[in-house]
Design a protein around this ligand. Structure first.
Ligand SMILES: [Zn+2]
Length: 78
């Protein structure tokens, strides 16, 4: 078995944070590191969309919340 650390980087398309320096919407990417079977470290690093040079680690928060999971996609109207 391979014991190397698995690192997965995913662009967070639903991240709506802003740069604390210039206020421009920032982009974020999530880095998930699998350190073995149970240890998972998740880091979210945001980068400013403008070349002001800011980037930093931010809490993992999104505006969309949890996606709806289920086979029934119909919404009943009152
Ligand atoms: Zn900025």
């Amino acid at each position: 078995m391979n014991r190397a650390v698995t690192i997965t980087v995913t662009d967070m398309l639903d991240y709506f944070g802003k740069c604390p320096r210039c206020g421009y919407p920032a982009t974020a990417s999530k880095t998930v590191r699998h350190l073995g079977r149970i240890n998972v470290v998740i880091e979210v690093v945001a980068t400013c969309g403008l070349p002001c040079g800011w980037s930093g680690q931010v809490p993992e928060t999104t505006m969309t919340g949890q996606p709806s999971v289920g086979g029934h996609g119909h919404t009943a109207s009152p």
